[in-house]
Design a protein around this ligand. Structure first.
Ligand code: SF4
Ligand code: SF4
Length: 114
């Protein structure tokens, strides 16, 4: 596990040995189309486009999604569908960036930015 030095609130230097866990959502590394691997080997499906309120990006962390379909059911614009693996964006052009999907997801699997 890589190590990282950081300053705590008292300006002391602390060495973090497991920092990848905290930064698991940070998206970097190995971009391949709409599927991104994080440092923690999470798979994020990213879809960007122009929605009803302008530019929007929806990320779904496939590993965290348990397929409850709450986001699919409550999205007022039918932007999302359920596939075998996880929720999926089918029509980003309808997204209004209301963030309902993000607020309701019990597993913090989906995020909407714009
Ligand atoms: S932000 Fe709103 S419109 Fe866009 S996918 Fe989520 S629930 Fe649907
Ligand atoms: S609400 Fe969250 S866990 Fe449930 S299907 Fe949507 S993304 Fe997956």
């Amino acid at each position: 596990m890589p190590e990282k030095e950081n300053k705590n609130l008292n300006s002391q230097t602390v060495t973090l040995t497991n920092y990848n866990v905290c930064e698991g959502i940070e998206i970097e590394d190995q971009r391949s189309g709409a599927e991104i691997k994080t440092k923690n080997s999470l798979t994020v499906k990213e879809v960007s486009g122009t929605g009803k309120k302008g530019a929007v990006k929806i990320d779904i962390i496939v590993n965290y999604c348990k397929g409850c379909e709450i986001c699919v059911a409550f999205c007022p614009e039918q932007v999302l569908v359920m596939n075998k693996e996880a929720a999926e964006v089918v029509d980003i052009s309808k997204c209004t960036k209301c963030n309902i999907c993000e607020y309701l997801c019990p597993d913090f699997s989906i995020s909407v930015e714009g």
